[in-house]
Design a protein. Structure first.
Length: 538
């Protein structure tokens, strides 16, 4: 008959017997752990944390009306403010104001250690972003200290400092932006004035040659060409008339010479030209030259001499010389005088036309030059105007930004921009955040139980005795036929009762310690101690 496999499954009875046999290795470590936990609960310093919630309010003036000058990510701004608050100067002010590190244990601490410890106790956390804002719209400031009053005061002080520094930073950014834009605007204004002056000088220098004057120059040039054609036609007509008149004068002079009588003795010493002819010649010269011209002066001298000679001659000689052809010469003289006048007028008109043609040619060359240089000047003018338009556009943009910056500065000074507002001020903390007593309670119980179980496991692994039937059969390789129970004597029974009583007492003590530990943890040290005092006084 085969022996059943008693090792199959979990033998709970074996483990209960094992715990019963090794009960002191569970009870004593558990009681010691609970005792250590109670001591730690009473002796560990209580750290209180005060927290204040600050809301980031958007600017009160709509952004469509006033564009904000300070447009910095709230997380970056809070990080910058945190660095300012955690600076050495500000932390030293907090230490002096609230008398931190004034206990005897901290008297020998270096200032650097105090500042580092204080920085670790200050915590700034940014809240979650809202649905309507990409940036976070709130943040919290926390401070930890053993004294709850100090924790509350320091937290509120840090919150006030945050708000003041935010106002200063925003106003400083706005003012700095305005000053920067003011300097840039002044520099751009000077450049714009220089470009305007350069454009003005260029237009004045090339007045009449500018591209916008090209049409008028072409029209003037066309008109000059027309005038030139008319003048040249008039000049040709005048020259033809002059040639015909001179031909007619030559024919008349020949006819007059054929009709004149031979010169007598009185006329032998006279000038071959008559006084009337000299006067006609003088009139012709005066139509072309001034009275100071040498030919005019010489001819006038001859005429005056002939007049004086004729006044001194006897009347009979004059009567003889003039008797035969007086009537013919008189008519010829009148005709010659008219012809000379017409010739002088034609000569004057020819000279005037030649002068006009010269002037028109000169003006034509000038306007042709203006038309030719217009494309080159147009390219230069386009470059100058493009630079001017760019500078003017930059100036206008800077001017608009400067006006917006000035409005932003006024808005920041009147605190109408984005502001920090304290929603929940730091209150007096009632419950310490360190140590975490519930966690300490659980850790202590687990450590006590774990230590006992570990000792039992260690002792069992070192024990070579056989206490189970299945293990005995495995060891000897033979089936066990029967078991002889242990026979207890009177002494064994007394010892067993004493051990049972001691076990009961130790279990009760462990339960009492655990209950006291739980009261210290969940009801507080002071209420528990007060209850113990009341029970002891009774």
């Amino acid at each position: 008959m085969s022996t059943p496999n008693r090792s199959a499954g979990l033998n709970i009875g074996h483990y209960l017997a094992l715990i019963s046999r090794r009960r002191w290795f569970v009870i004593i470590p558990f009681c010691l752990a609970v005792g250590v936990g109670m001591v730690l609960t009473v002796e560990l310093p209580r750290i209180y944390e005060a927290t204040t919630l600050i809301l980031v309010q958007p600017q009160r003036v709509p952004e469509k009306i006033v564009t904000p000058v300070v447009d910095v990510n709230i997380e970056n701004r809070i990080s910058t403010l945190s660095q300012q608050i955690l600076s050495r100067s500000n932390l030293e002010r907090v230490i002096d104001q609230f008398k931190l590190f004034s206990d005897p244990k901290s008297a020998r601490m270096l200032m650097e250690d105090k500042l580092e410890g204080l920085r670790k106790r200050i915590k700034v956390e940014v809240g979650r972003p809202s649905r309507t804002r990409r940036d976070s719209d709130s943040f919290t400031i926390s401070f930890q200290d053993r004294n709850p009053q100090t924790a509350m005061k320091v937290t509120n002080s840090l919150a006030a400092f945050f708000i003041d520094e935010n106002i200063k930073v925003r106003e400083g950014i706005a003012v700095g932006t305005s000053d920067f834009l003011d300097a840039e605007l002044e520099s751009m204004r000077k450049r714009l004035e220089q470009q305007e002056q350069y454009l003005k000088s260029f237009r004045e220098k090339h007045m009449g040659e500018l591209p916008e004057q090209l049409d008028s120059n072409l029209k003037i040039l066309e008109r000059l060409n027309q005038q030139l054609s008319q003048k040249e036609e008039s000049l040709r007509s005048a020259r033809v008339s002059l040639a015909a008149l001179e031909s007619e004068m030559a024919i008349r002079q020949g006819a007059l010479a054929a009709m004149a009588p031979p010169p007598g003795p009185a006329a032998a010493g006279r000038d071959p030209e008559s006084l009337d002819q000299l006067r006609e010649k003088l009139a012709a010269l005066r139509s072309n030259y001034t009275d100071q011209h040498p030919d005019v002066v010489r001819l006038k001298s001859r005429i005056e001499k002939m007049e004086s000679d004729q006044a001194a001659a006897p009347p009979a000689a004059e009567a003889v010389g003039e008797g035969s052809g007086a009537a013919g010469r008189h008519a010829s003289a009148q005709l010659n005088a008219e012809t000379v006048r017409q010739r002088a007028m034609l000569l004057g008109a020819i000279r005037a036309l030649e002068g006009e043609i010269g002037r028109i040619n000169q003006e034509t060359r000038e306007y042709q030059r203006r038309v030719e240089v217009a494309p080159k000047l147009e390219q230069e003018l386009l470059t100058i105007r493009r630079d001017y338009d760019n500078i003017k556009a930059s100036y206008s943009s800077l001017l608009n930004r400067k006006l917006e910056a000035d409005i932003g500065v006024n808005m920041e000074k009147k605190q109408k921009g984005e502001q920090f507002q304290v929603i929940d001020m730091a209150r007096l903390p009632e419950k310490p955040v360190s140590p975490d007593l519930p966690k300490l309670f659980l850790i202590t119980l687990a450590a006590g139980m774990g230590l006992g179980v570990g000792l039992i496991f260690l002792l069992e692994s070192m024990d070579t005795s056989v206490r189970r039937l299945d293990k005995l059969e495995e060891e000897i390789g033979l089936p066990v036929l029967a078991m002889v129970p242990r026979i207890f004597s009177a002494k064994d029974r007394r010892r067993h009762r004493m051990l049972t009583a001691a076990t009961t007492v130790s279990v009760v003590v462990a339960v009492i310690l655990t209950a006291a530990f739980a009261m210290l943890v969940f009801q507080g040290v002071e209420p528990t101690l007060e209850m113990v005092r009341q029970v002891a006084s009774v």
